[in-house]
Design a protein around this ligand. Sequence first.
Ligand code: NAP
Ligand code: HSE
Length: 436
Amino acid sequence: MNPVKIGLLGLGTVGGGTVNVLKRNAAEISRRAGCNIEVAYASARDLNKPRICDTTGIELTTNAAEIVENPDVQIVVELIGGDTLAHEMVMRAIANGKHVVTANKALIAKHGNEIFAAAQKQGVMVAFEAAVAGGIPIIKAIREGLAGNHIEWLAGIINGTGNFILTEMRDKGRDFDDVLAEAQRLGYAEADPTFDVEGIDAAHKLTILASIAFGIPLQFDKAFTEGITRITREDVEYAEEFGYRIKHLGVSRRTDSGIELRVHPTLIPEKRLIANVDGVMNAVLVQGDAVGPTLYYGAGAGADATASAVVADIVDIARVLSAEPSHRVPYLAFQPDQMADTPILSMDEVVTAYYLRMAVIDTPGVLAEITRILGESGISIEAVIQKAGRGEGDTVPLILMTHEVKEGQMNKAIAAIESLDAVQGEITRIRVESLG
Ligand code: NAP
Ligand code: HSE
């Protein structure tokens, strides 16, 4: 049988890893796919750059368009990143009748609806396992393994760089910028690392997960995003005193009024397995009505781990190259004409518990004033600690854990508390999820 010919766009961390894994495991991959897989062409910006892979036997070009126009190429593997050139190349590849594999979550989250519609029309496959949670086969698990379930919610640590930074800061007391620089050196971070630390990358991934879990179109513009840059060592310590860990979590939950789609730092009870997922590792917890909770864990970034998912997609496509399009698994898990129009909820409608930290002047009656405001807003307090001797000037840190309340109500209560004379500066608010 003739080998399946791949055209690789990008020879960086993931592109290089993909060439390496395809070479290293060629015999086993071909036994699984039923054919040999050959990276025949590859593109990069600078052909003189040192590579992590051996490119012998691959025809190289700086012009990605040559690959998507090449009639010899059956599968285009897009590993450039971003949503400009990558978008153009993917659309051209589809128009030319080529199947596409991509690790590009920004591209899928922002342009996936258009890409899948075009691919459906052309009868080609677009596979994107590596776009979410690196090497964890989470797309396949939700799309196929959980197909019998009504999925109620999912929550995940879905950015390796962010989790690596939080873990190193907590365990080794390292500086934020120093750990971020290491994540960049290791090839974990996005080309623009603010995507990692501000939660944009996680929101891209969460948008994709919500779409395949709930059968809704991709709606990245409706995702709420809050990053990790404002988390302090104090918050990490106080959270631990309450029995929690702080993780940067993507949460999507189906409620009676709509779907929550949010990424933010979150306190999780330390006894949950997901609270103990550290370093570059990712984990996604999915609650299905039939199966109950299931947890998927593995490396969330890095050359070989991500290549594992890219190669699995290539093998999937190679296996069914000659199958009728109607026999394939739908791109977003649900049949394209069966997508629901369930609204995405605004953050004001989201219900969670909260951790609040504020600096208060240590005078009698302050706590009573604060609890009065919370009580009048229908917010009940679960725990309080005041740290004498830990504040700046004549203030002391006051930390409160609340029960669940709508975010809109909490916003009003926070504004009222911040307006008290005894409360100095802004209140730090971190959402709390029990994930039970
Ligand atoms: P990368 O190391 O920066 O590699 C990007 C590749 O694309 C490089 O080979 C680069 O060429 C090439 N390229 C960039 N702009 C180009 C242009 N204008 N014209 C032609 N080629 C161009 O990025 P990466 O980390 O491999 O990420 C690739 C994709 O995978 C992204 O969508 C990313 O979000 C996703 N992803 C990454 C990871 C990870 O752990 N890194 C994990 C999951 C998903 P040069 O090498 O010559 O500069
Ligand atoms: N920058 C991403 C991360 C790469 O750190 O998770 C994997 O998608």
